[in-house]
Design a protein around this ligand. Structure first.
Ligand SMILES: NC(=O)c1ccc[n+]([C@@H]2O[C@H](COP(=O)([O-])OP(=O)(O)OC[C@H]3O[C@@H](n4cnc5c(N)ncnc54)[C@H](O)[C@@H]3O)[C@@H](O)[C@H]2O)c1
Length: 329
């Protein structure tokens, strides 16, 4: 199988590519992977260093919104797994333009090329944030989208476009929606890597509002295993939830990070709440469990400890990224 992975230099996309190619060596007939990535501030070419010399791997530096380029890259692939996106909610509050362009228009450009070149399967990686916020219970895959942030609205728009290409053109498209990911190689602007790297340096951390917002945490390797199952056996035109099962308030998570880094609440600044901040997300994952046998395997506390250990051991990876992030508008 030859797979085009968009956004493969980012946090989740690079884990997907590394895990996909890990099983392949020069003597086996494993999957072949083309990464298409424009390397925005959050795309890190070095995330793919572990697979750079693998047979069957190639990298194309380019934009998913560039229809001519996408049209050249697409032929010869059996499937697209689409991760490329502007992914940080806070940045979408400051400026939503790039979110609308990359997440909605970029997805449509890819769909159109996939349709023209008769690609067998298109897997679109999305988020639980498209549903808005839920005080109790969990969303099913047919719950209505009701996004609050421009990021979530742009992802909802892209999801609907992907499903419309199935209904209109009969294309084999599938959408996955996951909960909050954590793990190694996550750009140090999101809560876990930002707090971890600040605390490792004895620096202060900003906690939004009263810290009671609840998130469900999913280890990135569990997420990528779920995407792999959907790629191989998911039903066309469906949405699949991929959840991690570990619900924590931001206060509880911050407490765990303080404990693991040997610091305390004196380093926590309570800052004004994020605009439109969703209180809670929660996914019902019955469908993927029943149809594809998916269950998260990584215990949250163990996964978190391993993640903190990774950031402790990989300063050379995150220090330049934090310096770069500090220069961004
Ligand atoms: N991180 C999470 O917790 C989470 C949760 C739910 C869903 N998702 C979704 O998963 C996907 C990957 O998220 P991530 O956390 O790895 O994001 P990320 O920001 O780490 O990576 C995004 C990647 O996309 C690339 N990219 C951005 N715009 C591009 C363009 N126009 N053309 C080509 N490449 C482009 C970037 O260079 C980067 O490599 C996104 O679609 C995101 O919406 C993420």
């Amino acid at each position: 199988m030859r797979i085009l992975v968009t956004g493969g230099a980012g946090f989740i996309g690079s884990e997907f590519v590394r895990s996909l190619l890990a099983s392949r060596d020069a003597t086996t007939r494993g999957p072949r992977v083309t990464v298409l990535d424009v390397l925005t501030y959050s795309g890190v070419a070095a995330n793919l260093d572990p697979v750079a010399m693998q047979p069957g791997y190639s990298f194309v530096h380019g934009d998913i919104c560039d229809a001519d380029l996408v049209d050249q890259v697409m032929p010869g692939h059996d499937a697209v797994v689409h991760f490329a996106a502007e992914s940080h909610v806070d940045r979408s509050i400051v400026g939503a333009g790039p979110f609308a362009v990359t997440n909605v228009l970029g997805t449509q450009v890819l769909l159109e090329a996939a349709r023209r070149h008769r690609i067998d399967r298109f897997v679109h990686v999305s988020t639980d944030e498209v549903y808005g916020s839920i005080a109790r219970g969990s969303w099913a895959e047919d719950s209505p989208v009701d996004p609050n942030s421009p990021y979530a609205a742009s992802k909802a728009g892209s999801d609907l476009m992907v499903l419309a290409y199935h209904r209109t053109h009969g294309m084999d498209t599938v959408v996955t929606r996951c909960s909050n990911n954590y793990g190694p190689y996550q750009f140090p602007e999101k809560l876990i890597p930002l707090f971890t790297t600040n605390l490792l340096d004895g620096r202060r951390v900003p906690l939004y509002g009263d810290g009671r917002n609840v998130r469900e945490w999913l280890h990135v390797s569990d997420h990528c295993r779920g995407i792999g199952l959907v790629l191989r056996r998911g039903r066309a035109g469906q949405v699949y939830h991929i959840g991690g099962g570990a619900e924590l308030t931001n206060n509880e998570l911050t407490g765990l990070l303080l404990e693991a880094t040997g610091t305390n609440w004196e380093l926590v600044d309570r800052v004004a709440d994020r605009k439109g901040h969703d209180l809670r997300y929660s996914l019902d994952t019955t469908r993927i469990a029943k149809e594809l046998g998916y269950r998260p395997q990584i215990d949250f506390r163990q996964g978190l400890a391993a993640t903190i250990a990774w950031y402790r051991a990989n300063r050379a990876w995150w220090e330049p990224l934090k310096a770069k992030a500090a220069m961004l508008p």
